[in-house]
Write a protein that binds this ligand. Sequence first.
Ligand code: ADP
Length: 314
Amino acid sequence: MSDKPDKFIDDDGLRLDGRRFDEIRPMKIEIGVLSRADGSCYLEWGKNKILAAVYGPRTLHPRRKQIPDAALIRYRYNMASFSVEERVRPGPSRRSVEISKVSAEAFEPVVLTKYYPNTVIDVFTEVLQADAGTRTAAINAASIALADAGIPMQGLVSACAVGKVDGKLVLDLNKEEDNFGDADLPVAMTQDGEVTLLQMDGNLTPDELKESLEMLKKGCTEIFEIQKKALYTKFGKDPVLDVDDIDDEDDEGLAQIQVELDDSEGEDVELDEDYLDVDEELEEAVEVIEVEEDPDKKGISNLSDEKEDDSDEQ
Ligand code: ADP
């Protein structure tokens, strides 16, 4: 590990990597990079390199783990052993288990799990190169991979961290700021500003916490715009519809949520139309995943048709 720098912010207000206190690192997103996954994303954020893959929804085994009225989101955060200077021991660690757990929870408020009872949505995130902020980078990548898989969501999740160096709050910590700073506050939120993950290392005063959350809102909004643009570029469609604007009466062109999954007895599990009729809220959700008329344009939403051909293996 490098030594602690004497100063993190120079006289011009610039950080060690030349950024201002409230600037995020450049982010690059590539969608659909893995052909066997239902959805995938490769994301670079500064020197972080992350691969995310989504599989499902598919029937959850063993059955005793099934949730009768919802899908389980199973999230794995893993650091490749070559992702940092010193080799990381392969396999789960205390840190990766903790990050996996809180990251799954970061998606629970937005993924419409209740429409896929007894199933699992698997999210795998692999850190190929780490340079601080990997849990937030992985969440940003997972959000896109879920959208690419056509998993219905109320919106995207965007994540970023704030920290404190030289007594000043800084957005999106670099490696030195993360290693030697006085605080690290990773947060994930929806585009509406609903916080879905908040962790903190170190110390912040109540005023600093308040200011940090404002900075994080700005950072996450910028990330959301990058995510949205990447999805728009790929699919030619704004991935996030405003649920409040949806007209309940108009059900033309709706996707039928029919997910055929192999269960243990080899029977297909099918969510039929009667199921779709039971709940007004469900109609809204179905609107959210409206299928594009142009088959070449795949959206966040093109859930059903493609599932039939997909193998469900990783
Ligand atoms: P995050 O990556 O979400 O900021 P941490 O604050 O725990 O998570 O880690 C900060 C950085 O420290 C990581 O991004 C990575 O560069 C480095 N790091 C984390 N775990 C290890 C490890 N086991 N070995 C070497 N470096 C690590």
